[in-house]
Design a protein around this ligand. Sequence first.
Ligand SMILES: [Mg+2]
Length: 424
Amino acid sequence: MYGLIDCNNFFVSCERVFNPRLRNKPVIVLSNNDGCAVALSNEAKALGLKRGMPYFKIKDLCNQHDVSVLSGNHKLYGDMSARVMATISATIDEIEVYSVDEAFLDLSGHTTDSVVDMGRELVRNIRRSTGIPTSLGIAPTKTLAKIASHFAKKYPGYRSVCLIDNVDKRIKALELTPIGDVWGIGRRLLPKLNMVGIDTALQFAQLKESDVKRIMNVNGLRTWAELNGQSCIAIEQEEAPRKQVCCSRSFNRCLETIDELTQAVASFATIASRKLREQNLAAVSVSVFIHTNAFRKDLEQYFNSAHRQLPEPSVDTMTITATAIDCLKAVYRKGYLYKKVGIMITEVVDADHIQTSLFTEPHDRERRKRLMNVLDNINSTSIAHDKVHIASYDSVRDYIKCDNKSPLYSTHLTDIITVNCNNG
Ligand SMILES: [Mg+2]
């Protein structure tokens, strides 16, 4: 049997742990640069707000209903996610962290009689240890477990845990599930299925295997089998190795000069280099792209990108930044107003197995590696947070909109929560 734990309204729940004033109130969390709503509390959903709505379009409605609007604080969410996953791992041996707020559990050792009680205890334990409310779906396949978790979340009667363990329950659940909500049915497949008259998961599950093969690829066939209770997708404990690192942002105002863009590129290169080192990867090449604001039809438009191969794979912030600035210089044209710039590292190798160049001194490389380690160690402490950096670096925050970001309560000592004991 499989379980799927899903954190309820995760980003909003993280904020509520540290700011109880947000409880029972409409709350939304915005995407990078305060662009659109990415997470909503149930109270906000009840007002008709939806994920993906651009903030400028819903601003009036938010003011009208006193909605708390927060900028995304992904460092906080990442840390809270790690705590939730650690709490699950303390009880369950095999877990697959599927996303920041979801994990699949291997429950094969449990019987159907005891698994619901065990699940409720786990949900209680996560709430007690982290403050985050979760829902758990349990079923014979991962795809069905995911459906069960939706029911566990939606209907309070399940008391956070929904078990699909017989044909009747499975049929009932599939009947109530729109086909577009099924895990593995992508946006591309949905119109295809709707066109042949399939709107619910049950209609899809009841197709003949030969019909499924005709209209779907092998993944679609697996989803079909899983919906019929036949497990085809196992728990994957090994994280798939990352193949690329990207860091880009839209600016809150347009940038015009090469100096401003250089500072932004240097900042992104610094972040990207650190991401590489965290994953023990080295960059083989670096690309930079820039573009103007596509929504401003009144302005002249320009988009370009440049790509440079490094002399040898590198994890070094200085080398990667210098190469990125080089790329920027190649694509920068004076006279345009730039809205977005980004750096992409699309080719990476394992940092422990670098094919070195004939012309580099191994000694230099060792010294640079030690320097980067020192840099990372200093910058990761809460007090010196990102204080040591190369000269061309400039805090990205000056260009990015995030007006209502909460403090880093759980990872930075300087941001630690203050408790007001004054009742009067
Ligand atoms: Mg969730």
